[in-house]
Design a binder for this molecule. Structure first.
Ligand SMILES: Cc1cc2nc3c(=O)[nH]c(=O)nc-3n(C[C@H](O)[C@H](O)[C@H](O)COP(=O)(O)OP(=O)(O)OC[C@H]3O[C@@H](n4cnc5c(N)ncnc54)[C@H](O)[C@@H]3O)c2cc1C
Ligand SMILES: Cc1cc2nc3c(=O)[nH]c(=O)nc-3n(C[C@H](O)[C@H](O)[C@H](O)COP(=O)(O)O)c2cc1C
Length: 772
């Protein structure tokens, strides 16, 4: 085959040399506009996995790269006068120039033709080529030429950064956070050869504009950064080598995804590789890794197909299929890390203590969890757990005691102390008649309270018969129901350390439907009741049309909430939650999708929140002052035109102002058009935003299914409590079992079950030994 790589960056050079090595009969040319030793940038970072793959595919270049690598294990963070360090993180860095020179030499040794100082106009410059690799970087001219086909999707990110270097040598991957009069700046610093460290400075658009950095030339920008980071630089100077960039050299990162990666131009197959196909933010330093991994995968596919010209089209399809998955995974992690740095100033730097700030930073990509940190640096993690436990009021007796991990530390609000931070999330079980709690509810909720959670919620409890979702829903509008609740709550208090919460709600337009197993959200065929909502809009096309509430409806429903709150207090509930989520009555006021009112209860955020806040004030007034009230919000409608997490933050601030103690951060179920993006911990970012930007405690919920998840969330300050729903349906003793799985034997089980505890722990230990 005749192969032309347009662009001699890591992607083009590495693919060229791999193909030549695997099949010397190929004729391969790499065309590069720069001179051989002419390159921008400082050091790049690799992972061990990429290095292993390089070792397998070309041991010669891998050996050279490995000797030139700088390896370091530590991360050090300078923040508010503190200097914190952890180990076990394993990075390797190399100068970009050094890497390219090794690859260039290897290409030459293998017989790849290298053409420097040649500007390529288009793929049509190479009519004889069978295959053209568009390895021409982020500004790929070839991709632009076929933009309609490749469908590049670019998002310009808000932060500004400048890529600098320094001769000061840092022996750890170092982060320095500094606050100026206009906001926070951060430096990402790593050594990559015997004389030089990369020094990337990043800030928000607001701080960039306020300091008028766009008006500075490169030398002035360097001087500015030297002033901001004077302490960490200790007198060393910064350098720029981005002379090819015009202006101030402060850039915005652009995230790139392409709809297609290859095409046929009538004579040659053309395929995107490396930065031409995708970008990953430097916050996890993966751009070069992705370029190298692309090159390896395409070469692997050609090798498997026998390096045949007639296999090119199929090979390109398989290459794209496989690489897309890995690239999406890395881009996801890179996005999390990038977003952390975008919001760090307003969300974390002014709110978190240095210890928690460090933990938050280490777990920013969401790929490193609590237990990963334990594997990396046990001493540091245990020190953090001790710090957290001490703040939660349970200082360990001595430094050798195993400390309770964050999810098992107590949590106090008003006069209530939860024994730990795991919550059984409200879950309707549709098993009541006339709203009456019965034996099923006693056994169901009692079992979950004995299962180790710190707070057990009953399901959405309806404040009147016509507030029910289904005829099977629980209620709290009369004394008999209150007595039923009292029986359950007394059982929980008498037999467990758990506290008990009642979630009060009104179904609104989602009422009068069948129980879940007969058809969720489907209207009742008989015995239905009239519905009310913020506006006269049915939930499903065939649902009953609700009446838009008038003042009299509002007063009646507020009265129902007051009565329910009073009954709940008398029944001994420790905690109340106001259900303002999932498209039910109060949620229907908050979302613009369901609230089209033109009176004082529709329109602006303040108007849409007016009625839910009236209800909140009314129940807060009758609910005992020493017991908390949380508010559940749908923090994202996942629907065009609906509420977003930023809207939820506005509502959270209003509820905070009204005296809410905590926001329970759920999402969705407001519109059937919703397109939620599910995944592990998928709603935790909403909790993180609200807790740290609004400044109110939160519950995170949604796909939290392991102790490791809960510990990571709580340790990082992304929530105060974690609610776990479906896993508690599968396992009433979820919390006790998760404690055992992380080797925590000090969590008590109900005394009647003690023999089971010992056997369970022994079996887990045996299984772990066998797996070794
Ligand atoms: C601030 C910053 C920090 C980074 N840090 C890291 C890091 O720590 N680790 C990491 O792995 N990555 C990092 N990267 C990303 C990394 O630089 C790229 O992802 C990587 O170089 C991609 O390789 P590539 O071969 O696809 O593209 P490039 O390296 O961009 O190479 C493309 C080549 O094509 C040439 N070219 C373009 N157009 C033409 C044309 N028309 N004719 C001839 N030649 C042409 C260019 O001169 C260039 O040499 C960082 C990037 C930035 C901006
Ligand atoms: C069967 C079932 C019933 C539910 N009922 C309620 C409810 O009554 N009130 C409520 O706010 N959320 C309810 N939810 C939502 C859960 O509380 C929780 O937010 C959701 O299931 C996500 O958590 P998970 O991933 O741990 O299951 C219910 C969920 C399930 C699975």
């Amino acid at each position: 085959m005749r192969i032309v790589c347009v662009g001699g960056g890591p992607a083009g050079l590495y693919f060229g040399l791999l193909m030549k090595r695997l099949h010397p009969a190929h004729h391969i040319t790499v065309v590069e506009r720069n001179r051989p030793y002419d390159t921008f940038g400082w050091g790049v970072v690799f992972s061990d996995a990429t290095m292993d793959a390089m070792q397998r595919w070309d041991p010669d270049s891998a050996a050279e790269i490995q000797t030139a690598f700088n390896h370091w294990d530590d991360i050090e963070v300078f923040f508010k006068g503190t200097r914190q360090r952890t180990s076990g993180h394993g990075f390797v860095g190399i100068g970009r120039r050094k890497l390219l020179n090794i690859l260039q030499r290897r290409c030459e040794a293998l017989g790849v033709e290298l053409l420097f100082e040649q500007e390529v106009d288009s793929d049509l410059d190479f009519p004889d080529a069978d295959l053209i690799i568009a390895s021409d970087g982020f500004n790929s001219r070839i991709r632009a030429r076929y933009a309609d086909h490749f469908q590049p999707d670019m998002v310009v990110r808000p932060n500004r950064y400048i890529w600098l270097g320094t001769n000061k040598l840092f022996d750890a991957f170092t982060f320095d956070f500094r606050k100026t009069e206009h906001g926070w700046f951060q430096a990402h610093i790593y050594k990559f050869d015997a004389e030089t460290s990369t020094f990337i400075v990043e800030t928000t658009e607001e701080a960039y504009a306020a300091h008028r950095l766009g008006e500075l030339d490169q030398a002035q920008s360097v001087a500015f950064c030297e002033r901001v980071f004077a302490e960490v630089l200790g007198g060393a100077s910064l350098m720029t080598n981005a002379r090819h960039l015009r202006g101030s050299a402060w850039l915005n990162f652009t995230r790139l995804i392409c709809g297609r990666w290859s095409t046929f131009n009538g004579r040659s197959h053309v395929v995107l590789m490396g930065d031409a196909a995708h970008t990953a933010h430097f916050a996890i330093g993966a751009g070069t890794k992705l370029a190298i991994d692309d090159a390896i995968e395409l070469a692997r596919q050609f090798d498997a197909a026998g390096h045949r010209r007639d296999a090119i089209a199929d090979v390109l399809v398989r290459y794209e299929e496989i690489r897309r998955v890995d690239v999406a995974r890395i881009q996801n992690a890179a996005r999390n890390a990038m977003e952390w740095f975008e919001v760090v100033g307003r969300r974390y730097a002014d709110t978190l203590a240095p210890e928690q700030f460090m933990y938050s930073m280490l777990t920013r990509s969401q790929r490193i969890s609590h237990e990963n940190l334990r594997l990396r640096d046990r001493a540091w993690l245990e020190g953090y757990e001790r710090w957290f436990a001490t703040r939660a009021g349970i200082a360990p007796r001595n430094t050798t005691d195993r400390c309770l991990p964050p999810m098992f530390t107590p949590y106090s609000l008003r006069g209530v102390t939860l024994p730990n931070r795991i919550v059984v999330s409200p879950m309707a079980v549709y098993s009541a008649t006339d709203g009456m709690p019965n034996d099923f509810h006693l056994v169901h909720l009692g079992a979950r309270a004995m299962g180790g959670a710190g707070l057990v919620f009953g399901e959405m409890t309806c404040v009147s018969p016509d507030a029910r979702i289904t005829p099977g829903c629980l209620g709290l509008w009369n004394q008999a129901q209150a007595d039923g609740w009292r029986r359950i709550i007394d059982f929980v208090h008498a037999n467990t350390a758990a506290k008990f919460g009642i979630q009060l709600g009104h179904a609104g337009r989602k009422g009068a439907t069948k129980v879940a197993w007969d058809g969720i959200d489907q209207p009742l065929e008989a015995g239905d009741w009239p519905l009310i909502s913020a506006s006269a809009l049915p939930y499903l096309r065939h649902s009953a049309v609700p009446r838009a509430m008038d003042r009299a409806d509002m007063d009646r429903v507020t009265g129902d909430f007051i009565r329910a709150a009073e009954l709940a207090a008398a029944a001994g509930a420790d905690w109340l939650e106001l259900h303002c989520a999932h498209g039910y009555l109060l949620s229907s006021f908050l979302s613009p999708l369901t609230n089209q009112r033109t009176d004082a209860y529709g329109g602006s955020h303040a108007n849409r929140a007016r009625y839910p806040l009236e209800v909140f004030h009314a129940i807060r007034a009758v609910w005992p002052a020493d017991r908390p009230i949380s508010v559940r919000l749908s923090c994202h409608d996942w629907t065009e035109g609906g509420n977003t997490p930023d809207d939820a933050a506005i509502y959270a601030a209003m509820f905070k102002e009204a005296g809410a103690d905590l926001i329970d951060c759920s999402s969705g179920q407001v519109s059937k058009e919703e397109k939620p993006v599910y995944g592990r911990l998928f709603q935790t970012p909403f909790s993180d935003l609200i807790r740290n930007e609004v400044g109110i405690p939160t519950i995170a919920v949604g796909a939290i299914s392991e102790a490791d998840h809960a510990n990571s969330i709580i340790s990082a300050g992304r929530a105060d409590l974690c609610a776990v729903a479906r896993p508690h349906l599968a396992d009433p003793a979820w919390a006790l079992h998760e404690a055992a799985k992380i080797g925590l034997t000090s969590i008590p089980w109900p005394k009647q079950y003690f023999a089971g505890k010992q056997q369970y722990e022994t079996n887990l230990a045996r299984a772990a030994d066998t797996a070794k």
